[in-house]
Design a protein around this ligand. Structure first.
Ligand SMILES: [Cu+2]
Length: 131
């Protein structure tokens, strides 16, 4: 019984802090932000990806490989370090999916369109171990 109560408390704390892994990412893109900027998924899960670009210019959502950062500017040398990416045309919405990385850790998310990362268009994907 005590163990059950403890488990319930942990689950409550996790959900109230927004630290629960999701299998669906929903993101809005503006000039020059992702909203939200933090995403939590479980390793190896299929993640439904739904993005809306409310801007008049194109944006993309780029997940860098574990331990790789695009640095202050996304350049040609960063292309090899991309885990997954998708583009969203101005004013468009897309629905697609990707498989979360199998290695837990913090993954950098950026927009690779020239100038956008410098303008602050970045986020974080947290991959937690699947239970
Ligand atoms: Cu952008």
């Amino acid at each position: 019984m005590r163990k059950l109560i403890f488990t319930l408390i942990i689950l409550l704390v996790m959900s109230s802090c927004g630290t629960k892994p999701t299998t669906a990412i929903k993101v809005t893109m503006t000039d020059f932000l992702f909203d939200p900027v933090k995403f939590i998924v479980s390793a190896g899960d299929e993640i439904a990806f739904n993005a809306t670009n409310t801007s008049t210019i194109g944006h993309d959502f780029v997940i860098m490989k574990l331990g790789k950062s695009a640095g202050p500017i996304f350049g040609g040398e960063d292309a090899a370090n991309v885990y997954w990416q998708t583009e969203i045309a101005p004013g468009a919405s897309i629905e697609t999916s990707f498989i979360a990385p199998t290695e837990p850790g913090e993954y950098e998310v950026v927009c690779s369109i020239p100038g956008h990362l410098q303008a602050g268009m970045k986020g974080q994907l947290f991959v937690v171990a699947d239970e």
